[in-house]
Structures are given as C-alpha cells and as structure tokens.
Design a binder for this molecule. Sequence first.
Ligand SMILES: [Zn+2]
Length: 260
Amino acid sequence: MKRQIAMIAFVLVGMSMTASAQFGKKINLGKALQAGKDVVTAVTLSDADIAKMSKEYMVWMDEHNPLTKPDTEYGKRLEKLTGHIKEVDGLKLNFGVYEVVDINAFACGDGSVRICAGLMDVMTDEEVMAVVGHEIGHVVHTDSKDAMKNAYLRSAVKNAAGATNDKVAKLTDSELGAMAEALAGAQYSQKQENEADEYGVEFCVKNGIDPYAMANSLTKLAKLSEGVAQPSYLQKMFSSHPDTMKRIERAKAKAATYAK
Ligand SMILES: [Zn+2]
C-alpha cells in the first residue's frame, strides 16, 4: 500500500502537509525560532554549504520515501515523460517518483526532481510536466535554495551541530528530519509562485507540450481542494482563493503568448 511521503518539502502549491509519524515528535517552534535568531548573526551559509546540504537532504529523502523502480507503471511513465531531459539552464537533473499518495512534487537545488504518485494519478502527462516545470522554476530562480537556507536557520539544526562552528557540519539523521519539518513549513511568496508558473509555461513550450498545461494543472488542483473533507492548508489555498484564480489567469495569459 502507498504511504504518505515521509516529509514534504518545496510544497508545490500549498498541498496539505503531513509529517510522517515516524518522526515521532514535532519540532519545537519556540526553540527553533530562538535557534534561528541566534544563527542569523552567528553563521553565513555559502552557496557551497547550501549545495552540500541539498545533496544530503535528498539522500535522506530518498532513503525515507519509497522510490519507484524503473519497471513499474510509474517508472515507465516517468521515463516516457522525463527520460529525454538531462538538464535545464545549466542545472543537471535527475527524476524520481515516490510511491506515496500525496498530490505533490518538488525539486531540490541539487537538481533532484521528485514526483509523488498521487500527483501522477490525478494529472495528465502534460499537467505533470507543467508541475515539474514549475518546481524546476523554483530551483532556477533560487527560491528553493533560499527556502533551504531558511529551513536550516529556522530549525534547531545549527544548534545541534554546534553554534560556535561557522562551517556546516555533516547533518545527522535527526537533524535532517528537523530540517525537513522546517522545510515543510516554508512557503513561497505569490511573486515566486507567479514566476515559477511562468517558468512552467516556458518549460512546456520547450518540451513541445501544450502551454496551457500549467493553467490546467492549477485549475485541477483548485478543483481537487474543493472535495477535501477537513479544512486543510490545501483547501484554504485553493477553494476560490482569489490568488489562485489570479494565478490561473496569469498562466493562461502567458500561455496565450505562445499559442498560435
Ligand atoms: Zn510553487
């Protein structure tokens, strides 16, 4: 049976976020905020630090989530969709599917793109690709790098690693777990989302996909949120949320500039 993703990072468009029970504990936000406050003045994270952290983070994510095998239906579909894409804008990419129910996807600064099976189940090939393009957009625009930096600062990771050391130590399993929780709480601004949507449209065009796939995927997510039983983050974000409607209109307008 499918499970929920162990941790959701770089939240696609505000899908509901659920920390796996395997963490067993919630991050202490009071402590984390304090840690973050201390850290801001104590440490400067270089791009190399963030890159290293991104790699460690992805190793952790792939170890804690069920990556699909190439010979499964999801694996074959992923290969069909993304097998020809090796890099974009100088960023080397690697793709994977987590066999989890979440309707989600994310990209990480190290070029890893992970799509949850739940998203593949509800979206067409073109919509999946638009979402992938959107997520890659966050990486190319350094949104995800900034999110990771903030997650690191917000989590208690630095304290645990030793606040006196200005080099980022190799993160332990529990530190990565804490950071994953902090990342799950990270949100992108409306501006960042709009720009990622535009990137998604361009990504579609470059890959010979209907430029309206971005708007279609957003519309589908908005519709899906309507049926959610308990009020969730997803529902708040999408049920006739004016910002979502604006995003859809913007994505359509962008697509129209490419439509013949
Ligand atoms: Zn986004």
